[in-house]
Design a protein around this ligand. Sequence first.
Ligand SMILES: [Ca+2]
Ligand SMILES: [Ca+2]
Ligand SMILES: [Ca+2]
Length: 224
Amino acid sequence: MYRLEMYLPRHVVCGLTCAAFAAACSHQPAGDKASADYDKATGRLSRLVFDLNKNGKNDSVSYMDGTRIVRVELDLDENGKVERWDFYRPDGNLEKIGFASKDDGVMDSQAFYDPPGVLQRIEISTKRDGKYDRTEFYEQSVLVRSQDDTNGDGRPDKWDYYTPRPNHAAAEPAYAISATAFDDSGSGRPERRFVYGPKGAVARVEYDRDGSGQWQPRVLRASE
Ligand SMILES: [Ca+2]
Ligand SMILES: [Ca+2]
Ligand SMILES: [Ca+2]
């Protein structure tokens, strides 16, 4: 995943405010030109339209507060629908990236980053209705936990836990699922969980009905 702020927008911003822009434009193929809009009241730069993949057709829009990038919208396959949104914090660091998995202009996932640019979590709208009902949590870019709101009441009711697999084969995931927990009564917390064995089969079922944090195991019989 590339970091947009590392190359183009700042150059474009600079280009629009200094003589270097004219030189840069001379290397563009024939076609669309980059354009800029300015706030009528303040005169500050508010919007840039430019050709990120340099094929002669504009594909990206950067919303600006002067020289600060607020949000960049990307349509790099130029089908007229945004497939990616980059959001920036006031300090210039990347806050999150939104994606349209169907390349139709409908954002259905958003990946959040901490200030050094490290992935923290991904929120997913599984029904693509603007409600983010699944969240995946990452540590060192590896999935460690996820939670789902399976009944749409706005609260998670299913949790999955993952164990990193640092020596995994290239074609295999970097994690293995270690447990799945459920909220059976609507309490808002895990009450029952499946703990998986090393080969992925359920090794035991545990209960924490009273929310004490003390899980009581129940060993499965062969018939179960
Ligand atoms: Ca283009
Ligand atoms: Ca597109
Ligand atoms: Ca729920």
